[in-house]
Design a protein around this ligand. Structure first.
Ligand code: ZN
Length: 536
């Protein structure tokens, strides 16, 4: 499909022509973004998989752009910072047998079940009774406890992903991470976790395992850290394995599921014993994050930092679609990375630097469980308490003229006012979450910043869309269902450059505002995602 270089009419609203950001805002054009997406999404970068050479090429490319623009490197290491990682894989063929009143069944690895590799141990043996615990949640704040009245001590819990619909989207995303469920099971005395993913194993293998499984970052002490996934070996039963287990337990998942979705716990002793054994091989490896600085101009505020973040990694090479095995990740997230470079260019174009310093952070490891940004906030090259806000850019669908944008995370802090003003200047409405079932709040790099106590926002597609015939939610859901994490996310998919430009301008105005205002953004209260109480 040919490029659509559609230039938007610029609405500058309340900004005066002589204000320095105005001329910078209007100077942001499609060619500030498009060439970077074209390069980053090309075959040459092989889908930019974390730890692989494609993502190193991306990291070096971003560093070259930063250097050309005149940014300072964030550390004496240079622009490209090494992130120590661990990768674990399944070694050989794991064995899993179920034993109940009706006899014994040996499940077939690769068809009935797969295994999330153990990050520490090279061999795991589990031999224990199974207890179904629904979603595996214990949430007193929501009056919802699937462990109430059931003993899991010395047993293995069986759970399904997600959480009941009555829990609001942001809280649901936060409380239903696999890592959180693993910790909950452990706290209740369980020996291990089995997860049910009732889809064909081949689908799970490509969409879940090849793309996600077995990665962590390593701290200076060598300890592996994960944010999303379990650190211990977890058998994941695919459709046939799930059916076999429920059959042996004398129950049907299809009876249990609707009640769980409505928020009624369905925990029960399955009357089935599992014996599992698997071997794992860990290698210590590394990936890269690229960080550059535009130094602030105010002697009192230049030691404070506004962060722009975007992940440059994608999911690598996989099963071919129409002969193409490169997962190009043009919108996810060459688009955000290109916009990050455009942000650096915009700040360097200002006649005077902003009062605060601005940090441009391109991370990897996002597709492996939001690892790069979690590593960054725990191993930051600048004191983390001096980071006043994060403006994150990920997977924005530049596919139709921008009418509105959703601002994930903004409502918890005074950033919501900044967002409203900045978008208002451009004639863009602020819209509620267009797809609450997707729990997008926890699914990108702003989330580790917020956990660490740093106010953050991620602009994303809203409920409207300039696309004739489709509202924003429909466009978003169709893209996530058909294109996301497949080789179809290409430069040629029909990117609307007017949308890319509006998105970049909006992000610029938000960061510029935060970098120039006297007060740093403040939390409005104490929130569920905070790791420790904030000082509002
Ligand atoms: Zn992604």
């Amino acid at each position: 499909m040919p490029l659509r270089y559609v230039l938007p009419a610029l609405i500058v609203g309340t900004l005066q022509a002589q204000d320095s950001p105005t001329s910078v805002v209007s100077s942001i054009q499609p060619n500030w973004i498009a060439p970077h997406i074209r390069f980053l999404a090309s075959d040459l970068l092989e889908g930019r998989e974390t730890t692989k050479r494609g993502v190193k090429l991306a990291a070096d490319y971003v560093a070259s752009q930063f250097e050309t623009l005149g940014l300072e490197p964030a550390s004496s290491e240079g622009f490209v910072l090494r992130m120590p990682m661990r990768h674990s894989t399944v070694d050989g063929t794991p064995a899993l047998a179920l034993e109940g009143k009706s006899g014994r069944r040996d499940l077939v690895y690769g068809t009935d079940f797969l295994v999330q590799p153990d990050l520490v141990r090279d061999q795991v043996i589990l031999d224990a009774p199974l207890v179904f615990v629904g979603y595996g949640l214990s949430l007193p704040a929501f009056g919802y406890d699937e462990y109430a009245g059931i003993d899991v001590k010395g047993k293995v819990v069986v759970l399904i992903p997600g959480g009941p619909e009555k829990i609001p989207s942001d809280e649901r995303g936060h409380t239903t991470l696999f890592a959180t469920k693993e910790a909950t099971a452990k706290a209740h005395g369980a020996l291990g976790v089995v997860t049910l993913l009732p889809a064909p194993a081949a689908v799970i293998k490509e969409r879940v395992f090849r793309q996600l499984s077995g990665y962590s970052w390593r701290g200076p002490d060598g300890v592996p850290h994960t944010l999303f996934f379990e650190s211990a070996a977890t058998p994941r039963l695919a459709g046939p394995g799930t059916n076999a287990l429920f059959e042996m337990a004398g129950r049907q998942l299809s009876d249990v599921l609707p009640r769980l979705q409505q928020g009624t716990p369905q925990s029960f002793d399955m009357g089935v014993r599992m014996s599992f054994s698997g071997r794992f091989a860990q290698v210590d490896t590394a990936s890269w994050n690229t960080v550059g600085i535009v130094r602030g101009s105010d002697p009192a505020l230049r030691e404070e930092y506004v962060v722009y973040s975007a992940h440059m990694d994608h999911v690598g090479m996989g099963a071919p679609v129409n002969g193409d095995s490169v997962h190009h990740g043009a919108l996810d997230n060459a688009g955000g990375t290109a916009t990050l470079i455009a942000m650096a260019r915009a700040f360097k174009s200002l006649p005077t630097p902003p009062r605060r310093s601005v940090l441009f952070v391109a991370v990897s490891g996002e597709e492996k469980g939001i690892l790069g940004s979690d590593y960054f906030v725990r191993n930051s090259p600048v004191p983390v308490e001096r980071i006043v806000a994060d403006v994150n850019m990920d997977n924005y669908l530049m596919l139709a003229e921008v009418k509105d944008l959703a601002a994930y995370g903004a409502s918890y802090s005074t950033l919501d006012e900044v967002v409203k003003k900045s978008l208002g200047t451009l004639g863009i409405a602020v819209s509620p979450d267009a797809a609450p079932e997707q729990t997008i709040f926890t699914r990108s790099d702003h989330y580790p910043f917020m956990r660490r106590g740093i106010p953050a926002v991620m602009l994303f597609n809203g409920q409207q869309s300039g696309d004739k015939g489709r509202d924003g939610s429909t466009m978003l859901r169709q893209w996530l269902g058909n294109v996301h994490h497949t080789p179809r996310d290409t430069y040629e998919q029909g990117i609307d450059w007017s949308a890319g430009v509006s998105y970049a301008r909006a992000n610029f105005l938000i960061g510029y505002s935060v970098a120039t205002m006297t007060e740093r953004p403040r939390w409005k209260g104490q929130y569920f995602f905070m790791e420790r109480p904030s000082t509002p």
